[in-house]
Design a protein around this ligand. Structure first.
Ligand SMILES: [Zn+2]
Length: 312
């Protein structure tokens, strides 16, 4: 599976650049783009009915990076920074300075039952030998191998224009049970042969360079990597079905968040600033609740929050 985000990725970067925080430093663009591409590949791969949320909790200047992909492949992404990100910062310098960096993969079902928790898996950004990982793909590969019990190879790359990724996964062999009843050793032989095929394909895929993934079109990449293989290509997702930027924020959600703060704190903010203002970190939408809006949130129990439009 191969993904190349261009318009969706440009939209995410454009909105961030237009926000009060300003554009992401280049290394953060690379990280977040890789997360967006990986998230799309993982969501398409498991076809989960709900959101797939990829999060990195860092202990360096990148505190948090999030990429969220819905089942229709609409996506959004954001990162929270604190302090300077060096222009040449790698993964460790950004978010694994003290070896405390973590990557979490959350599957949040669309129709979650009351009390049901989303499923979450967490992987460290250090390997078995306690060495810090240099690539996000290493952590995600590790997660996918563990959670799906399937051999996985992941190649990711992103810059200020493209976020791209290539995923190779060994599918479970169909009909293994039938083979098992036949000639002694036949199933094992077949298994070994399939493993050899996977290994060859995975090695070819892993040879793909960052620069190639970013600059070449899909056709050329496939031809370069697998020119000796018999290829069967599936229809690419385009237009409405392609990965695209979309934010799931809305005024009702912000209202519920303010209700969650409690009346005392809400009143404190109002007294101090005259209004409660919330900016969506994903899309930059502004939500403003003045004293009257806020009073309604706390005085009418169960009432729907006021639905004045937000300013995009
Ligand atoms: Zn938003």
């Amino acid at each position: 599976m191969i993904v190349r985000l261009t318009d969706a990725w440009a939209e995410i970067l454009r909105r961030r650049a237009a926000s009060s925080t300003g554009a992401y430093p280049l290394p953060v663009q690379a990280l977040l783009g890789e997360m967006a591409a990986a998230g799309v590949l993982m969501q398409s791969n498991i076809k989960f009915r709900g959101s797939l949320i990829l999060q990195v909790f860092g202990d360096g200047p990148v505190k948090l990076a999030v990429a969220e992909i819905q089942s229709d492949l609409s996506l959004r992404a954001t990162a929270t920074l604190k302090g300077e990100v060096p222009a040449d910062a790698g993964l460790s310098a950004m978010l694994n300075v003290h070896g405390q960096g973590r990557c979490a993969i959350t599957l949040d079902p669309k129709d979650r039952l009351p009390g049901q928790q989303p499923y979450q898996g967490v992987v460290p950004l250090t390997d078995e030998c306690d060495q810090k990982m240099n690539k996000l793909s290493d952590a995600l590969q590790h997660y996918m191998r563990q959670s799906e019990q399937l051999e996985t190879t992941l190649v990711l790359a992103a810059d200020d224009k493209v976020a791209a990724g290539l995923l190779i996964q060994r599918l479970p062999v169909k009909g293994m049970a039938n083979l098992a009843g036949q000639q002694p050793g036949e199933a094992e032989l077949y298994e070994a042969e399939m493993y050899e095929h996977y290994n060859r394909i995975a090695t070819l895929a892993a040879s793909l360079k960052r620069e190639e993934l970013l600059t070449l079109d899909v056709e050329t990449i496939l031809r370069r990597l697998f020119w000796e293989e018999k290829l069967q290509r599936f229809e690419p997702f385009v237009g409405e079905t392609a990965p695209r930027f979309a934010c799931t924020c809305n005024r009702d959600r912000v209202a519920r968040m303010i209700q969650g703060l409690g009346e005392v704190e809400a009143k404190e903010i109002l007294a101090e600033r005259g209004a409660i203002m919330v900016d969506c970190e994903f899309c930059g939408a502004h939500y403003r609740f003045d004293a009257i809006d806020a009073a309604q949130l706390f005085t009418t129990p169960g009432a729907k929050p006021p639905s004045s439009p937000s300013i995009q």
